[in-house]
Design a protein around this ligand. Structure first.
Ligand code: FES
Length: 402
């Protein structure tokens, strides 16, 4: 439940005033029910497909504990119901228990999106005591040889399994998030069994999205068309067999799709996230688009004002901005033109049609590119880190056991 607004709260009054003044807009673009809080870009893992921007926010630019608490209170006041604590690795923040407790105190449902490798049993119990409602753990494979290589973190997989078991022992719901690509798709069947064995409620079979770090590693990650066919078959079979036991989320990866995905439910329609330094972003990869300025929670504007009025949120909102072929397309209110970050990554202009769409003049090109890159067999990773990336050594590369 959201706390009661009082006259003593200038942020609440400002936010309410914004919603009132822009009522007609607010009816179309109401405040999202769930928000992603990226507490930090720091992370012990070095996944080559990380969705964080290539230019990280440094630790000294991160919002302070008090600033995050103020943000959480403001979100609850304007009607947000769920907060997803993410990163980087959110448990790299020493104040994670305090922030979860504050989310609980202001009435927010909290989800921890974590690599799990920094968690101890004691810390997880403290988070549960602070009111944490759900845990999502990322897995890079179903066994240590592949998983630890992909994450660039030795011992990570065993630790994740341990934390997943603690999560269920503490009676917290668990989602397994498996990011899939050419170098681990052969493990999908075993990953599904692992999720069942861990007593997860949900499995996200998340195909890599190619912007930021993943774009740099695309040739090493792009699946083959045969793998995509196998994946669809494996998921279809598992969904039937595991009905009522495990929910499986899966969509065909963009480069092989016919229709683009309705990314973020449409730009500025249903979602925003807040970066470690406090920028309010329409999606987690929005900072990969150059030429857009994003407002900060450190500005004089309320979050509600930023959501309704900021230039970045309004640039690709709705359908008026769309070029052809989107503008006259019968699906324009179904997929809202696909993904702006992918359009920027592949065409240099975020206002273009997402090339994942068959109606894009570039669609055939990216399909061919996927076929070529996936068949050439480049497999060394550029690992994500604050140094701008480290190329995998031959020694590590030889350990992946495919
Ligand atoms: Fe940014 Fe799709 S990830 S719009």
């Amino acid at each position: 439940m959201s706390p009661t607004l009082t006259d003593a709260s200038p942020v609440a009054n400002d936010s309410l005033a914004v919603l009132e003044r822009t009522r007609s807009t607010a009816e179309t673009y109401g405040i999202p029910l769930a928000v992603l809080a990226e507490l930090t870009h720091r992370c012990p893992l070095q996944c080559p497909y990380c969705s964080n921007p290539v230019e990280f926010d440094r630790a000294n630019s991160e919002l302070t504990t008090d600033e995050w608490k103020k943000v959480l209170s403001e979100l609850a006041e304007i009607g947000v119901l769920q907060i997803h604590f993410s990163g980087g690795e959110p448990t790299a923040r020493k104040d994670i228990v305090e922030l979860v407790q504050h989310a609980t105190d202001v009435g927010l449902y909290s989800n921890l999106i974590t690599s799990a490798v920094l968690l101890t049993r004691e810390k997880l119990e403290a988070l549960a005591d602070a009111g944490l409602c759900h845990v999502q753990i990322s897995f890079q494979g179903n066994e240590p040889v592949v998983a630890d290589r992909v994450g660039g973190y030795r011992g990570g997989h065993v630790k994740k399994i341990e934390v997943a078991r603690w999560t269920r022992e503490l009676d917290l719901p668990l989602t397994v998030n498996a990011v899939m690509h050419r170098q681990n798709l052969h493990q999908l069947g075993d990953i599904i069994e692992m999720a069942v064995d861990l007593d997860a409620d949900r499995l996200e079979v998340a195909n890599v999205q190619y912007y930021g770090w993943a774009l740099k590693n695309r040739a090493a990650l792009m699946p083959t068309i045969e793998q995509i066919d196998d994946t669809s078959r494996i998921v279809d079979e598992a969904r039937i067999r595991l009905k009522g036991i495990l929910d499986i989320d899966y969509v065909v990866p963009d480069y092989y799709a016919l229709r683009p995905k309705k990314c973020m439910g449409g730009w500025g329609r249903q979602f925003f996230n807040i970066s470690p330094a406090g920028k309010v972003l329409p999606c987690h990869a929005a900072e990969t688009i150059t030429g857009l300025d994003f407002e900060s929670v450190r500005s004089n504007h309320s979050i509600a004002w930023i959501w309704q009025n900021s230039e970045a949120f309004n640039r690709y909102r709705g359908t008026a901005w769309m070029p052809e072929p989107c503008q006259s397309c019968e699906f324009k209110e179904v997929d809202f033109g696909g993904c702006r970050c992918q359009a920027f990554a592949l065409t240099g202009d975020a206002g273009n049609t997402d090339p994942a769409c068959t109606y894009s003049p570039r669609h055939q090109d990216i399909f061919k590119l996927a076929e070529t890159e996936s068949s050439e067999g480049a497999d060394r990773f550029l690992y994500r880190n604050f140094k701008g990336g480290t190329l995998e050594t031959q020694e590590t590369e030889g350990t992946h056991g495919r």
